[in-house]
Structure formats: C-alpha cells, structure tokens
Design a protein around this ligand. Structure first.
Ligand code: CTP
Length: 400
C-alpha cells in the first residue's frame, strides 16, 4: 500500500480561528500526498484567510455560500458527503463544535457534516479559556463517538498571548491522524514491539562501533502498525528520525541497553519485530578516556553482545516473532538458518549492497521466509508498503 491519502477524496472544513492560515499548509500536505481535496469555509474563516488561497491549492471552487449559484448547489452537501473518504475540520471553533454537537445545520459546513458517513477528524483550536470552558468540553465529549475523532489541541503559546492548550497540532500530525482513519483497523488489540536503527558500542568517549542502519524500516513498521490500530512500542537505536505519532518511543544506544529495553517490554507484546541492526560485537573494555591512535590496536579486543532475538525465541510462548536478515549472498540458506536458530515465525531477508534496497534507502526488495519452509520473493517496494505486506502476512499467520 502506498500513502493511504493517495487518490482519496478529503473534504477540509475551515472555521474562523487564527489557525485558519495553517489550514492552507495542511491542504498542501494533502495535495502533495495525492489526495483529491475540496474545501468548505465558514463565513468567519473568510475573515482570516482568502477563498482564493484554498481555491488555488485545491484546484476546486471553495464552498462558502449555502444558496450560492455554484454548480450542483441544491444537493452539494449530499454529493460532497457521499464522495468523501474522510473529512477534516481544522481549525474547528467552539461555535462549529457546539453546532455539530447539537445537530445544528445552518451553514454549508454544518449542513454537509450531517450528511457525512465517512470518518470525521475534528481539530479544535482556540484560546485556552474558551477551550477549557465546561460547555465547550461537554460539546467535544459529545462529539467523540464512532465516526468522529477529536484531535486534542496542543499546549503552547497562543496568538492571544496566553500559554496553554488551544494550539492546532502540527500539519504533519493532523495528516498522520487522517491516514490512520483511512487505514483498516485490523491490528486493533495487538501490542506490537518494534526495534529499529543501529546500536553504538563505545570504544572510548570519542569513538564507537556501529553500522549504516538508518532506522527507516523499523520506524515505518511502527508507524504502519499504529495506523492499523495497534498499540506500539518502538525501541530505537541512535537515529535522526522522530518517534512516529502515537507510538511509545524508547531511545537506547548500545546492544545491552536495547536488550534490557526489549526484555522489559516483550512480556506484553503479541507481535515482536526486530528490525534493528544490533551490533554483534562490542569493545570488551570501553575506555573512560580517549585512546591515542597509536594504542588503538591493542585496545580493541571485542566480545559478543547478547542476542536479543535468540533470547526472545528461547522464551517464546504464543507471540509472533519476526526477524530481519541482511545478507550479501546465499540469502535463502542464511535467512532460513537464522529463522531456525532463533525460533522465529518469519524472517525478512534482504540482499544488502544495492542502491535501492537495504540500509538508508526508502525502498526495499526482500524475500519472506516462513517457519514451514515456504518463502515469498516480494518485488521492490516502498518500505511503508513492505510494512503493510508484513502485517498482512502476520495476520494471515494468526488466522491459521
Ligand atoms: N539481533 C538481535 N540481537 C543481536 C543481533 C541481532 O536481536 N545481538 C537480531 C536482529 O535485530 C535481526 C536478526 O537478529 O532481526 C539478525 O540476525 P543475526 O544472526 O544477528 O544476523 P547478522 O547480525 O546479520 O549475523 P551474521 O553477521 O552472522 O550474518
């Protein structure tokens, strides 16, 4: 699966708050992801941002006037509602939230909302006092029901000069919430533990042993799992990547730290996917002070790190265990040997050393090796698409 937003029809409702200008940026994110977008603006929204901005970005005329002479006017609310795959209201003001909570339909946005069957994401944004007003809170709670998700505002400094909750979340965060609304919820109830990235094994305070893993594969697995409804813990070695939205991130440096974190979290996990490139060896005696280059050779005796996945395999009960095998040759033989040695259900084998596959790339070309001896060569695909295939196969395995 590519970006869940691709080719989806998303209707964006913009209300009259200072954050209305951020809605234009959000619209750009949707368009860039390949979504078909339509915009409905309340009258107050037009006092903050011009209709032309949204028309230019969406490539469609913006709906502003209930009885205006635009095409298909009398039934536009029905037609747009039927075509929508998801609806986002950002920013959502106290006024529109109040109307939605009580079924009032007196403008294009609230009329349209009553006809929508697709998932709706409401992103309240307003002054802290207004947000914390018990009536507004009651209305927000009333809205939270199947089909409507409320993305709570962030706390921070607001345009009115106050500090507190009320800020519209970052546009990337809103987009990720929409992706998760568009994805199947087929991993709901699963507790998924994912590891990602390399580990750093210190030689001295200035040097470490590591590998080129970027962490992208593990991070995307965690992200896709969360989009599909799982509760996700991501244990990641040093990477530049931020924790995916809605995922509990634990940052570690060394193989031993990763071992401790994984063992601590593994008990609860129903599915564990070890995508991290854990160092197999570490300096036996990391030094407190920087060693001089002339002394380096004598100072580098190595010792094995603990094999995390093997330990999990030895203690495996009903959980699904998935490993990764990065190989430069004899993929089937090496990957199958690791699957057996570590008591895994599935191992993802990839031949590294190609530009568009493996460490650091956005795409990957892998073969899946199963416990029963089957294997499946997958075509080159985006790492996020691979994460989806992986979960499809894991769910098939769980159904058997
Ligand atoms: N792994 C682990 N703990 C380690 C090393 C690896 O849990 N100390 C996990 C990796 O996350 C991956 C799988 O084991 O899922 C890789 O298996 P491994 O036999 O370690 O592969 P390589 O490190 O590539 O081994 P080799 O150098 O022998 O090919």
């Amino acid at each position: 699966m590519s970006d869940p937003l691709k080719d989806k029809s998303i209707v964006l409702g913009v209300c009259g708050g200072i954050a209305a200008y951020k809605a234009a940026d959000f619209l750009r994110v949707l368009v860039k992801a390949g979504a078909r977008t339509r915009v409905i603006m309340t009258e107050a929204a037009q006092a903050f941002v011009g209709v032309a901005t949204f028309e230019a970005l969406s490539g469609e005329s913006v709906w502003t006037d209930m009885f205006g002479g635009q095409d298909g006017a009398p039934f536009r609310h029905i037609a747009w509602a039927e075509e929508a795959d998801a609806v986002v209201i950002a920013p959502a003001t106290a006024n529109t939230i109040g109307k939605m909570a009580h079924g009032i339909a007196d403008d294009p946005l609230t009329t349209f909302i009553l006809a929508v069957r697709a998932p709706i994401l409401v992103c309240p944004s307003m002054n802290t006092n207004m947000y914390e007003n018990p009536i507004v809170q009651e209305n927000i709670t009333r809205l939270e029901r199947p089909g409507i998700t409320v993305l709570r505002p962030e706390a921070g400094s607001l345009a009115c000069g106050r500090e507190g909750p009320g800020r519209l979340p970052d546009v990337g965060t809103i987009a990720e919430e929409v992706r998760s609304l568009l994805c199947p919820n087929d991993l709901a109830g699963e507790q998924i533990l994912v590891t990602a990235g390399p580990t750093h094994e210190p030689v001295d305070p200035a040097r470490f042993i590591s590998n080129p893993s970027s962490g992208k594969m593990g991070h995307l697995i965690a992200r896709v799992a969360r989009r599909r409804g799982a509760e996700v813990v991501l244990i990641t070695g040093p990477t530049a990547l931020p924790d995916p939205l809605g995922v509990r991130g634990i940052r570690v440096k060394t193989a031993q730290e990763m071992f401790d974190a994984v063992i601590g979290a593994a008990e609860k996990a129903t599915i564990t996917i070890m995508a991290a490139a854990v160092a197999d060896w570490r300096p036996a005696n990391p030094l407190e002070h920087k060693i001089k280059k002339e002394e380096m050779a004598e100072c580098l005796p190595l010792e094995r790190t603990a094999d995390i996945l093997k330990t999990l395999g030895e203690n495996k009960k009903s959980q699904i265990l998935v490993g990764f095998a990065a190989e430069t040759r004899d993929l089937q033989q090496n990957a199958s040997a690791k699957l057996n040695a570590k008591n895994l259900d599935l191992i993802v084998g990839n031949l590294i050393g190609q530009a568009d596959s493996g460490f650091g790339s956005d795409t990957n070309q892998v073969s899946l090796f199963y416990r029963d001896g089957r294997n499946e060569a997958l075509p080159l695909m985006e790492k996020s698409a691979l994460a989806d295939v992986l979960f499809d196969r894991i769910l098939e395995m769980k159904q058997k």
